[in-house]
Design a protein around this ligand. Structure first.
Ligand code: ADP
Ligand code: ASP
Ligand code: MG
Length: 423
């Protein structure tokens, strides 16, 4: 029997009962003869509560202190989980990300893992322990400061450890039975996907299906670690994310894997930019120099009479203020008229590798939105994805309409949500 990495999300360890339930599951895995490494998230909505608390003492807290604060959430759950396991008569030791050898770069709040040196975890396992690791955190190689990996980052910790320890599988336990064709909180008739390729999962994750983090899937694909997403509340088989599903795609794989939505982004429009070479470069250089990731970009055709154009782009709401400040500072070199900030937007994406070879998917997508009375503001595509931006208050209705239009609705209501607040 080999080694398994199991990750339990916040909703699975929301209270003492949850921690005890999870401890039993972990002990069961150990009893089958596996070496077990567990990555755990902060209890329930602890991370959100810590963020709110920080906001009450400082509007823009320092990255270093913010990370120090947030990592406390995972420290609580890891220690409690180790205690609960010991209480069941099994040996367990908890480790912070730093102790577990999760080495990152120095970008606070969204650090990238650059190396994993799990010497202490190996030793703990060899001594017969279950190793519990705090998710979502590491230590910067350069400054030795504590870092966090960005929201949902425990998924990435789990896959990174699975890769470094050569695990058989990385199991991601959450509050739904797997990856569905849409968020089960929004679409009651969403269907569970049994197998999905890394490729489609990457697009779903980067389009807002927060059941798995994009970076975690990217990591798993690079090291070819199969991920099994399943519920910690039921005994059901979940969704396998791996390379294998590509082989049987032609027989089994639907044209469309699913519909994702994202309400975490905002839109900035730079109004009245001179339509000449170099202007867009200056605007996006200012954004990049502030470590802000952008998503969609659209530039309008300039009006012949003025030679001016508008450039719109989307970015995480959390970076909105920083981006506006950065753009204001470019005024001396880019002569734009004004800036518009809109955080009442949603992005809806249709994902599926089958769309490469099936004409009409884009038309069907737009028709479904139009039938639902939803207006499209921005459009972007990749080979296997189409995304649109709409008003935020239309998102649920739009997702359901698209899900139905592409024949994804299930007969039964199998999309159970066991816990969590959806926050
Ligand atoms: P955890 O606390 O376990 O990390 P998350 O809240 O990060 O859990 O992720 C699980 C949630 O992801 C589900 O409760 C569900 O609302 C949401 N979700 C969004 N899209 C999907 C999807 N396509 N399939 C399953 N869950 C999804
Ligand atoms: N606790 C962190 C968060 O809420 C990390 C995680 O849950 O993966 O984002
Ligand atoms: Mg998560």
């Amino acid at each position: 029997m080999g080694l398994v990495v199991q990750k339990y999300g916040g909703s699975s360890v929301a209270d003492a009962e949850g921690i005890k339930r999870v401890a039993k599951r972990i002990v069961d895995a150990k009893k089958t003869g596996h070496q077990v490494v567990v990555v755990v998230s902060a209890m329930g909505d602890t991370t959100d509560e810590l963020i709110d608390l920080a906001g009450q003492v400082s509007p823009i807290p320092s990255g270093r202190e913010f990370d120090m604060l947030l990592t406390a959430g995972e420290r609580i759950s890891m220690a409690l989980l180790a205690m609960a396991i010991k209480n069941l008569g099994h040996e367990a030791q908890s480790f912070t990300g730093s102790q577990a050898g999760v080495i990152t770069d120095s970008v606070h709040n969204k650090a990238r893992i650059i190396d994993v040196t799990p010497g202490r975890i190996r030793t703990a396992l060899d001594e017969g322990n279950i190793a519990i690791v705090a998710g979502f955190q590491g230590v910067s190689q350069e400054k030795k400061d504590i870092t966090t990996l960005g929201r949902g980052g425990s998924d990435t910790t789990a896959v990174a450890l699975a890769a470094a320890l050569n695990a058989e599988v990385c199991e991601i336990y959450t509050d739904v039975d797997g990856v569905f064709t849409a968020d089960p909180r929004v679409v009651k008739k969403a269907r569970k996907i049994d197998r999905i390729s890394f490729e489609d999962m990457l697009e779903l994750a980067s389009s807002g299906s927060k059941v798995l983090l994009h970076r975690c899937v990217e990591y798993a694909r690079r090291y070819n670690i199969p991920i099994h997403v399943r519920s910690s509340f039921s005994g059901l088989q979940g969704t396998w994310v791996s390379n294998d599903s590509q082989g049987d795609r032609t027989v089994e794989q639907a044209i469309i894997s699913g519909v994702a939505h994202d309400t975490s982004e905002a839109k900035i429009t730079v109004v009245g930019v001179p339509d000449k070479p170099g202007e867009a470069a200056k605007i996006f250089r200012a954004i990049a120099d502030n470590q802000i990731n952008i998503d969609m970009v659209v530039q309008n055709v300039s009006a012949a009479s003025t030679g001016l154009t508008d450039i719109s782009f989307t970015l995480p709401k959390a970076e909105g203020r920083k981006a506006i400040d950065a753009l204001e500072k470019t005024r001396s070199t880019v002569e734009f008229d004004s800036l518009r900030y809109d955080d009442q937007i949603a992005k809806i994406s249709l994902v599926g590798a089958g769309m490469k070879t099936n004409p009409g998917v884009t038309a069907g997508f737009f028709e479904a939105l139009s039938d639902a009375g939803v207006n499209i503001e921005l459009i972007s595509t990749s080979e296997i994805r189409i995304s649109v931006v709409t008003r935020a208050d239309e998102v649920d209705q739009a997702v359901r309409a698209v899900h139905t239009a592409f024949g994804l609705d299930s007969e039964s209501d199998e999309a159970v949500v066991y816990g969590g607040t959806g926050r």
